[in-house]
Ligand binder design. Structure first.
Ligand SMILES: *Cc1c(COP(=O)(O)O)cnc(C)c1O
Length: 387
């Protein structure tokens, strides 16, 4: 059972200029998660301006109230939700927003909750799941068939859990149309997908399926999976948008379906950074931090570091000694609680310093635990990350 008393952040009432200014004045003992709403709003604007369709936000990436509020203020009008609890959360923040319920496996009770909340679009990846929708969802509602292809380019594969291969997807699309739903298709190329060609292959296959079945798609949902800017090998969002638009034009021509996307990671990752404090420096050079893989660094073993790591002394100065690989341990008594690879850090790092991890907004607060009595953190709003 998750212990919420451990993981509820303390929220500071003030906006600080940047992380370093806050660290230097407050010298916090607990980990601090810094949120830059202006950065989040900038990313939302990049989607609004660059993507030729509706941008929804995948709530599971970071369901913090401040994130949802900022996105609504930035003009986001639709949300990808996966559970009745996420539906209730979005209804509370944005009563008029469109809900897209794209977890393709649902119990009858979950479907009833979605119907009661007025879900506008549902995804489906099997005839048995479609049969459950037919029982409860009004005809005319949009139902999107989820396609899965064996594509590469993502940090890890989503197709192994959800989605139908092309033949099954075609059968399902016919059944969706026959049931009187508004037919659509959807896919998810896998999270942090750095290969724009993955979207193109999915879009081409969706067009082939629509043509083979004679079903006109009302909409095409090109998923999440957009890569956060974790390093130089990652294409900018605009390159992915271009690939999507070109593939749509080539595959569907002038009668193309309207597009929807549902970014999670790429929308929110860059808007947060995490300051952890060095609790101890061992003779061998390894460091013990006050947060680790059971806290806000949960994804690092799976995904690698999400961005740069800066080291700040308690007086606010940046450490700049010659880099040295260091093993980083989290605070719990579990020996798994270490980052899998040594991290290059300035050689002059000391106990009491802070390590600032950038790009930590996605799948961090959402999965942090209170294991071993750790996991509490402060949430601090900043204007801009320090350069
Ligand atoms: C998780 C998820 C997303 C968001 O994926 P990101 O890789 O974080 O962009 C979008 N759509 C669905 C259906 C998902 O399950």
């Amino acid at each position: 059972m998750r212990d919420y008393s451990q993981t509820q952040p303390r929220i500071w009432p003030q906006i600080w200029p940047n992380e370093i200014d806050h660290l230097q004045h407050v010298r916090p003992e607990a980990p601090v998660l810094y949120f830059a709403p202006e950065k989040l709003a900038d990313t939302a604007r990049r989607f609004a301006q660059g993507f030729d369709g509706m941008t929804t936000y995948a709530v599971k990436a970071n369901p913090e109230r401040a994130v949802l509020d900022t996105l609504v203020a930035a003009g986001v009008t639709g949300f990808d939700v996966a559970s009745p609890a996420e539906i209730a959360l979005v209804r509370d923040v944005a009563p008029g927003a469109a809900l897209h319920y794209n977890n393709p496996v649902r119990s009858p009770a979950e479907i009833a909750a979605g119907v009661a909340a007025g879900v506008a679009s549902w995804s489906v990846d099997g005839l048995s799941e479609l049969a459950k929708l037919i029982e409860q969802v009004p005809q005319g509602t949009e139902v999107a068939v989820r396609l899965a292809l064996p594509v590469s380019g993502a940090a890890y594969d989503f197709g192994s859990k959800f989605g139908e291969a092309p033949e099954g997807a075609a059968r399902l699309l016919r059944a969706v149309a026959k049931a009187g739903f508004t037919p659509a298709m959807t896919f998810h190329p896998g999270t942090q997908c750095a290969d724009p060609a993955a979207w193109a292959r999915y879009i081409e296959t969706c067009a082939d399926i629509a043509e083979a079945t004679g079903v006109r798609l009302a909409r095409l949902n090109v998923g999440g999976g957009f890569p956060a800017a974790t390093g130089p090998h990652v294409p900018p969002l605009e390159a992915v948008f271009d690939a999507i638009h070109s593939a749509r034009d080539a595959a569907f021509g002038p009668d193309a379906p309207r597009l929807v996307c549902e970014p999670g990671r790429a929308m929110v990752a860059g808007a947060f950074s995490l300051a952890t404090r060095v609790k101890a420096k061992r003779e061998c050079g390894s460091l013990f931090l006050n947060d680790g893989i059971y806290g806000l660094l949960a994804e690092v073993p799976l995904m690698g570091l999400p961005g740069r790591v800066r080291v700040v002394a308690p007086d606010g100065s940046l450490r700049d000694g010659a880099p040295m690989g260091r093993v980083l341990y989290g605070p719990t008594c579990d020996s798994l609680d270490r980052l899998p690879q040594p991290v290059d850090l300035p050689g002059d790092v000391e106990e009491g310093d802070y390590l600032i991890f950038d790009g930590i907004g996605a799948y961090s607060t959402a999965t942090a635990t209170g294991f071993n009595g750790y996991g509490a953190y402060d949430l601090v709003t900043i204007r801009q990350p320090a350069p």
